[in-house]
Design a protein around this ligand. Sequence first.
Ligand code: ACO
Length: 424
Amino acid sequence: MSVAQLTFEGKTIELPVIVGTENEKAIDISTLRDATGLVTMDLGYKNTGATKSAVTFLDGELGILRYRGYPIEELAEKSNFIEVAYLLIYGELPTKAQFDEFTEQIKMHTLVNEDIKKILDGFPATAHPMGVLSSLVCSLTAFYPESVENPTPDNINLNIFRLLAKMPTFVGWAYKKSMGHPVNYPMNRYDYCQNFLHMMFALPVEDFHPDPIVVDALNKLLILHADHEQNCSASTVRMVGSSKASLYSSISAGINALWGPLHGGANQEVIEMLDEIRLMGIDPKDYLEKVKRKEVRLMGFGHRVYKNFDPRAKIIKKACDKILSQLGVNDPILEIAKGLEEAALTDEYFISRKLYPNVDFYSGIIYRALGIPTNMFTVMFALGRLPGWIAQWKELNASKEPIGRPRQIYTGATARDFVSITER
Ligand code: ACO
């Protein structure tokens, strides 16, 4: 075992170096404070490994992303979302029998307690669907109290089925609420993605037939979003889960973390940005000048980990052209996006900062072509990310990791005497 040495105030200590299966190395500082009184400082956790995980591997320099060892390119090409969900949650690709059983278990739990509709009714129609979604997911703690009070492995598994099953219903209901349309009930003759489209788009006045092109595109998008190791929302799920909070409350917290514009909320912001450029008739190069003056950020660009390219963005860009042409959609913002990308990739500002399109840059254009409104984009991301959050939570829950509780360096006032209000 190799060690790193740290010398401070004349004292040298040795810290073990942990090596992962892909030869990544980390200095284990768990004895640091006891041995030296020091803590580390790493704002934004740019250099901090928060956990050991066997779920997802990514190499930001080489643009590699693998779920449980399987390259994202192969999964997006050959698998479907439910198979990938099984892979992430249970660690292996399912046999045919396991896949059928998993699918069946999810179908058995698609129906949602009618009282949840009353919670939905309490929201204004203008509510952002991410807030609605996180509330509805958290409300499941009340309908299934054993998820909080008796989290045995069997109960955890049951709640995993429930959550996967009810999420499309919640998403569909949040959308229907915003449209002022009656909500749909799940249809178990459909597969997962078909049912989701039914929940979103079926109307009581017309027959509904899920379009196979849309179903395929949806499977691909959900697979590409299904996990991304220790990002902001997954870390949130794990942090909340480390207090032994339930699956539902931990994932509800993850949904809130995803909502932010620097994380999953970026997909909505990208389309709003592209639309603004189109409506104002701005030349993409002029827009980039605004970005370089730091008046705005180029949304959908840059990534904390990918410093070469985001493999998901590559797949989505290719899929985008194909899906739009299959659906006969001619969206002018696709050309604007391509123009921005081309200009940015040859511009010194973006090259020197290693800024490339991320997963969100082209995904919104596909969602739009599938008929999904802009304020639902981040919700689509949450639907895709659900198996990853579940896998991260399950792994944490089964581990002996202690509660997450970072340290700080205090920078406030030092000790002082209380002054009564009349004397202040
Ligand atoms: N547009 C313009 N400049 C950018 C961008 C961007 N999108 N992203 C980073 N930069 C610049 C910063 O201004 C900074 O420049 P400086 O050194 O002159 O100050 C430099 O690049 C480094 O940026 P940081 O913010 O330190 O990078 P960090 O790793 O902390 O941030 C992040 C990563 C949040 C994704 C950032 O690139 C960003 O805000 N992108 C736009 C939002 C976005 O698309 N988010 C989705 C990410 S993918 C996901 O969550 C699913």
